[in-house]
Design a protein around this ligand. Structure first.
Ligand SMILES: Nc1ncnc2c1ncn2[C@@H]1O[C@H](COP(=O)(O)OP(=O)(O)O)[C@@H](O)[C@H]1O
Ligand SMILES: [Mg+2]
Length: 371
């Protein structure tokens, strides 16, 4: 369903949140909930069920069941089951969930990220309708007053790419499917601003670029400082990224394995668009995901060949579907190297790394960045 005005420089436009489809425009002073515990979530879901029953009248809403998902670090995420159907609820509050253990840059991302995610999903539904519900989740309802995004649960048995990689399994077929999906998404032209203005989209992109290039080059867990050449290379890449940044290109900016679901058929679903923007370097999302494959390969050397094959398949599929500039492969490689360093010592380190592999991960990250 197309959603109206408030154009950005891209020419495309979106309505303010209270004009989204299904917004509660008629309700005066809707109640406010913070979904931080089961008691609040039950109260909220009971209240919201009456509205959801209007949108999904075929479901029995008399006894919804909410279960907390101990998933990400920023938001409160709940799964709500009604007979025969499930939804995911995601709420961003003023203070992020795990503010005590993440970097200030990440903790400062505004709760407007839920609106950014909603806009991204509505945009994809409009321009790539066949993606919706399979390649990306379908929005069920955006509860503006509580800053809660309801999405329909992606159907069928799925597993996250993160779980697969942690279990030592790495399938180049799903990497290829991700390359095609990222290419489709990037090519869906003239994406609107996901944030309230063009400038805020740009600031969001800049925030993640900084965090994952120059910002990474802090200190190693073992106390080793990075060589000045590493900082220089990270700065050079950030400069090139700004030169290649394409406006109006829907960019995920957090295409990590935890946000990818794998289906038994080999299909993939990309989740969690809250950190996205309508601008970035076309090499960024691919480099970010490729880096996670390579990270897992360095963490478990027996997985290294499969991880490298997967990274190659991801890049190949993207290139075949999207066409790239001459410097693209080189930037993908350098971004991927920085992911190894970011997940070792950046603002959102990977919890699963083997301390005995830190030095190898670090050396491989630097090699990819400087090569
Ligand atoms: N529509 C959906 N279908 C299936 N699983 C989902 C859906 N939305 C969220 N999830 C599950 O919830 C987890 C957290 O959701 P996500 O949007 O990634 O939130 P966060 O920002 O907290 O990471 C996902 O990793 C996935 O397991
Ligand atoms: Mg997530």
């Amino acid at each position: 369903m197309p959603v109206g005005s408030a154009a950005g420089a891209s020419g495309r436009s979106f309505a303010p949140p209270d004009q989204y489809p299904n917004a509660l425009t008629a309700m005066k002073d809707p109640p406010r909930y913070s979904l931080t515990d089961a008691f609040a979530a039950d109260a909220y879901v009971n209240w919201a069920s009456r509205l959801m029953a209007g949108l999904y009248p075929e479901c029995d809403w008399s006894c919804p069941h909410a279960a907390y998902l101990d998933a990400g670090i920023l938001n409160y995420v709940w799964r709500v089951d009604v007979p025969g159907r499930a939804f995911y609820l995601k709420q961003a509050l003023g203070r992020v969930k795990e503010h005590h253990r993440i970097g200030a840059d990440l903790a400062a991302v505004s709760p407007a990220r839920i609106q950014a995610e909603t806009r991204a999903l509505y945009f994809l539904e409009e321009v790539l309708p066949f993606c919706c519900g399979t390649l990306v989740p379908r929005v069920a309802w955006h509860d503006v007053s509580n800053n809660v995004l309801w999405t329909e649960a992606v159907s069928g048995e799925t597993t996250s790419l993160q779980c697969e990689l942690l279990a030592g399994r790495c399938d180049p077929g799903s990497a290829e499917a991700m390359g095609e999906l990222l290419a489709l998404m990037h090519q869906a032209s003239n994406a609107p601003c996901l944030w309230p203005s063009e400038q805020e989209d740009e600031e969001n992109w800049e925030r993640f670029l900084r965090m994952r290039t120059t910002g990474v080059v802090g200190s190693h867990p073992a106390g080793q400082e990075f060589d000045p050449a590493v900082l220089k290379a990270a700065r050079a890449l950030a400069r090139e990224a700004r030169r290649h940044a394409r406006r109006g290109m829907l960019s995920h900016l957090d295409a990590a394995p935890k946000n990818v679901l794998l289906h038994p058929s080999g299909a993939v679903t990309l989740l969690d668009f809250e950190l996205g923007a309508n601008i970035s370097d076309p090499a960024y999302d691919v480099g970010f995901l490729a880096g996670h494959y390579l990270l897992m390969g360095e963490n478990r050397p027996e997985m290294r060949p499969a991880a490298r094959r997967a990274a190659t398949a991801l890049e190949g599929a993207y290139r075949a579907a999207a066409g790239v500039d001459d410097g693209w492969p080189d930037r993908v490689r350098r971004y991927s190297g920085l992911v190894l360093l970011y997940r070792l010592c950046g603002s959102s380190p990977a919890p699963c790394l083997d301390p005995g592999r830190y030095d190898s991960i670090r050396s491989e990250g630097i090699r990819l960045l400087l090569q």
